[in-house]
Design a protein around this ligand. Sequence first.
Ligand code: CP
Length: 320
Amino acid sequence: MKTFLYPSDLGDLRQALAEAAEIKHDRYKYQTLGHNKTALLIFFNNSLRTRLSTQKAALNLGMHVIVLDINQGAWKLETERGVVMDGDKSEHLLEAIPVMSSYCDLIGVRTFARFESREADYGESILRQFIEHSGKPVFSMESATVHPLQALADLITIEEHKRTERPKVVMTWAPHPKALPQAVPNSFAQWMLAADVDFVYTCPEGYELDPQFVGDMKPEYDQSKALAGADFVYAKNWSCPGVTRPADYGKVLSKDMSWMVDTAHMALTNNAYFMHCLPVRRNMIVSDDVIEAPTSLVIPEAANREISATVVLKRLLESL
Ligand code: CP
């Protein structure tokens, strides 16, 4: 595996889940695989879980780790070719990438959607430059359109808690005060559609996800109807993906608080587990009592980020 963005990069998901279970049972099983190998983790944006879990995963595999926060201590980077660099950006990504890659064996990149251009975001313009110019395996630590380490952790968590062979998994849009990217819902939908679950997503009109991730699947606009009989409820906010309303790409179209997941919503389900990738705004996305209930999986889900990252780094190391 030379890149990690999509479920297809891992191949057979059942095999990947078996590897995850093996690693969870003994997370140091492959501790010699990364001997004298270095992972470089590059953050253009903030992180708690991805930063810590990916470092821990690299340590599980015996790797060295270098973490670089681009906006805190590094030179400000220009990312567009052809720009006259007479502003505050001292270095171009096209020099920075080969320099950074000369110090490591694997590169993880966190680079969120900028909402300046849908074309640039959906073309993964920054991550693609790393893939093209680094000469090293590159994995997304949440890039403009995908968050595959999160989606794999979510899938592992569902596999561990499912009560039926093919559970009903419902992703529901929920309100948020600021415009958030579509990376988490895109990946969650894409991974659920590739897994052995019945997947439904629900959102207000205008929030339809890109066909690249959901194929021809349409959302259920009636949230109550979608939640009926759910075994897992995955809450997430996202801004307008610009599929049905291109001019509104990246905008907040609704702050309808009736979409917040509370006990009344959960009462519609099959005693569903509640999931969210975190960080979460309480009493915007989810009520206190739902996130604090015994059926809330947000902490085990976050803990599984270490397992998903260990599976992915193991696969990348095996390709060197
Ligand atoms: N879920 C997630 O990726 O968390 P961080 O943004 O804190 O890394």
